[in-house]
Design a protein around this ligand. Structure first.
Ligand code: IFM
Length: 766
């Protein structure tokens, strides 16, 4: 009975890569499912599907997320990324008795996230309660060749019985976000004659979501099989069923293709998904899997980082690189990556500075096409940022702290705390102004690393000028003849309504100066474009001169006798005790202290001033890096997941290896060990990017130096790391950097890509 196909599926398990390329999870604890599901998400930047088990359990949070599919949340009046029906639902019935996952909890359950090949593998045994045991094996993935396509292969083997088996492939007729909010209304759940099912939903915005699901058994023609597809009205599931008489010890396999699209992507999503799924169902499994392996090989070629001598970091880093790679789509600049990727509902799928400041450096260095789409998103949403500035009485573009599709501010105004039955106001939407300069920094870094002048001409400079203009209008001139930026919040979220946050002021000044410098470059190299852009922004010469004057007069604290750079005016007058001196050992101080009391201390939620040394390593000698680190590090309680990687990176730069490795460990295991206790809400995207930066910038010492216009490395490896290898793009060249340890030495090989092939061009050593 076993066909070529079935042995192929077994082979996928036996050929799963070695441990640093995979995450294994054994056993099945229903209560842990909602955390584990986030970790085992598969995706391709358009679709993200949580790693929920095929038959769904009560504690599971099964979900599919579709990039850009937002729908308004009624109470808080902001868009939410829609939880879509889980596309891999399967039900098994034996002799007419359908097995719900409870009480039929899977036994001998094993899940493998295959990072190398971009798939999830799962095998388990189900007991029907009467002692009939069935072994199941399943493989699922999201295609990179066609981002609308999901594939699922399933094998069923009756272990100790022969009997009638029925398999149902379902697309649930409903799905809801947390709190029971359902954004989708079912429009259609119909059989597709002889081939499968089609489901169509409408969001509250009236956007259509279409899901086609079709399957096919691998049985020989002699076996009598009954095949039906059904759907119905209201919230009913679309179900395709296969029934046959199974024999003990034989294996029966299925291919299932699910195709998903929305009106944002297609005028007629229904037709498109039917076409896609039919086309993909006709492909042999070997081709689908082979294509997947090839696509992932290409991604890993430039994105992998090899750490020899430390499998713990090697595995954790690949886990986070995988999650970044499944979150970005080089072909879709209308969307960016939410703070919890497409793996969970955290932060409603909204995009924060996490993308530009934490993840973007990874994409710029290793996947410039993905970086281009991400930065283009900020250009496509520039009008929303202009609207926000105007609504708040400012000029230029003020980027939203939380962004969805349009670039309008979508930060909820409050968050409801169920246990305490109260709503807490959220100020970040109009206080965390630094996001605007964080975007500008990403624009320049992208341009600098890629040399993509087209982007600068078609949007980059416009962003830089509009954000520069915003800063001037957001500032007030003081009697000291300096410009001050008041009533805001820096990266450290424990202190609100502060004045002259040094991080923000530095970034604002940098933003304006670089905008003017880029304008000069454009005037020299593309004068017509420069004039068109200025005319489009309605910016004249006197405004440009005003910006020049403004940028050099933005206040920045420079008291040489101060213990460090003052985070904001008046910071040093606050209670100066460190976290240890507050006697807090377990968890952030914020868990034990009310916000208004915390505000009176120097305790930080996450690095603020210190982040400047991460973003601008050249400041290390000018601004007292060590002194600042030693002042602020003991005062940070790491209330944010963004905190650990920056500390790891900076401690490594300072040669404080024990401390660096402690912070690196917390970064690396943040989601794998659920350090923050909220992995169920999705992968912490900033931590993923932060881990790459800590290893490549912190230990590897990679630096893009704007002044010398070159890529530099200055590595500091922990003793037990034998070597570290990574890639970094610069102006279309790929630098392959290999650092060996004890004593440290390195080699840089450079290659260029030509028609998809790569060519070695030179190599150099220190
Ligand atoms: O952007 C971060 C912020 O800096 C800290 N709170 C969580 C946000 C989303 O990750």
């Amino acid at each position: 009975m076993e066909t070529e196909m079935t042995s192929g599926l077994k082979e996928l398990f036996s050929s799963a890569p070695e441990t640093t390329w995979r995450i294994d999870q054994e056993g099945f604890d229903p209560y842990q499912e909602h955390d584990i599901e986030s970790l085992f998400t598969i995706g391709n930047g358009y679709l993200g599907v949580r790693g929920s088990s095929e038959p769904l359990g009560r504690f599971s949070r099964p979900a599919m997320f579709v990039a850009g599919l937002f729908s308004p949340e009624p109470r808080l009046q902001m868009p939410q990324l829609v939880v879509c029906p889980f596309p891999f639902s399967v039900k098994l019935c034996i002799d007419g008795h359908c097995l719900d996952p409870e009480p039929h909890v899977p036994e001998e359950h094993r899940r493998i996230l295959d990072l190398k090949r971009g798939m999830m593998l799962r095998e388990w045994v189900l007991d029907d309660g009467d002692g009939k045991r069935t072994a199941l094996r399943a493989v699922r993935g999201a295609s990179l060749e066609n981002r609308h396509v999901l594939f699922q292969y399933l094998e069923i083997e009756p272990l100790n019985y022969s009997g009638d088996v029925e398999v149902q492939f379902m697309i649930p007729g409903s799905a809801s976000n947390m709190g029971g909010i359902s954004h989708l209304t079912l429009e259609e759940a119909s059989p597709l004659p002889d081939i499968g099912t089609i489901s169509r939903f409408k969001t509250k915005n009236d956007e259509e979501l279409a899901i086609a699901s079709i399957s096919q058994p691998w049985f020989s023609d002699e076996l009598e099989v009954s095949h039906t597809s059904e759907g119905g009205d209201e919230s009913s599931d679309a179900t395709e069923s296969w029934r046959w008489h199974s024999k003990q010890g034989e294996t029966y396999g299925f291919t299932r293709i699910v195709s998903v699209s929305t009106e944002r992507m297609n005028d007629s999503p229904r037709d498109q998904v039917i076409l896609d799924s039919q086309e993909w169902l006709s492909k042999p499994m070997a081709d689908v899997i082979g294509g997947q392996i090839d696509s992932w090989e290409l991604l890993w070629r430039d994105s992998d980082v090899k750490i020899k001598g430390d499998d713990f970091y090697q595995q954790a880093l690949r886990f986070y690189l995988y999650h970044m790679l499944i979150s970005a789509n080089p072909d879709d600049p209308e969307v960016s990556i939410g703070a919890r990727t497409l793996s969970g509902e955290g932060y409603n799928g909204h995009v924060f500075w996490d993308t530009e400041t934490f993840m973007f450096p990874f994409f710029v260095a290793t996947q410039p096409e993905m970086a281009r789409a991400l930065i283009k998103y900020r250009h496509l949403t520039l009008d929303g940022a202009r609207r926000k500035a105007k609504d708040l009485g400012f000029e230029g573009a003020y980027y939203p702290w939380e962004s969805a599709l349009t670039g309008d501010e979508v930060t909820p105004k409050e968050v409801y705390v169920e246990d305490e039955d109260r709503a807490i106001p959220i100020h970040t939407g109009f206080l965390q102004t630094h996001i605007t300069a964080d975007v500008a920094l990403a624009v320049r870094r992208y341009w600098h690393a890629t040399g993509d002048d087209t982007f600068m001409r078609e949007g980059g400079l416009e962003i830089l000028l509009e954000t520069a203009r915003f800063w001037k209008s957001r500032s007030v001139e003081g009697p000291d003849e300096c410009f001050h930026i008041e009533d805001l919040q820096g990266p450290d979220e424990y202190h609100i309504y502060v004045n002259d946050n040094a991080y923000t002021n530095y970034m604002a000044s940098w933003n304006v100066l670089r905008a003017l410098e880029t304008l000069e470059w454009m005037r020299e190299n593309y004068p017509t474009d420069a004039e068109t852009i200025l005319a489009g922004c309605e910016m004249d010469q006197s405004e440009i001169e005003g910006l020049q004057d403004y940028a050099t007069r933005i206040y920045f604290p420079d008291d040489p006798d101060a213990p460090a750079i003052e985070q904001f005016r008046g910071f040093f007058e606050l209670d100066s005790r460190t976290v240890a001196e507050h006697g807090r050992k377990d968890g952030p101080l914020s868990q034990a202290m009310e916000p208004d009391l915390l505000q009176k201390t120097q305790i930080l939620k996450q690095p603020d001033i210190l982040l400047l040394f991460q973003l601008f390593p050249e400041l290390a000698c000018k601004k007292g890096f060590r002194k600042n680190f030693e002042y602020y590090e003991p005062r940070c309680d790491h209330g944010s997941s963004l905190s650990y990687p920056t500390h790891a990176l900076l401690a490594a730069r300072l040669g404080k290896f024990d401390m660096a490795l402690d912070y690196l460990g917390l970064t690396a295991r943040l989601d794998l060990d659920d350090v923050m206790g909220n992995a169920a809400l999705g992968i912490h995207a900033a931590t993923a990017g932060g881990l790459w930066q800590a290893i490549v910038f912190g230990f590897g010492g990679l630096r893009y130096d704007e002044e010398s216009d070159s890529v530099l490395v200055d590595p500091r490896l922990p003793d037990h790391w034998e070597s570290l290898e990574f890639c970094a793009f610069d102006h279309g060249e790929i630098f392959e950097i290999t650092i060996t340890n004890n004593p440290v030495s390195w080699e840089i090989r450079t290659r260029v890509s030509e028609n998809g092939k790569t060519k070695q061009i030179r190599s150099s050593s220190p």
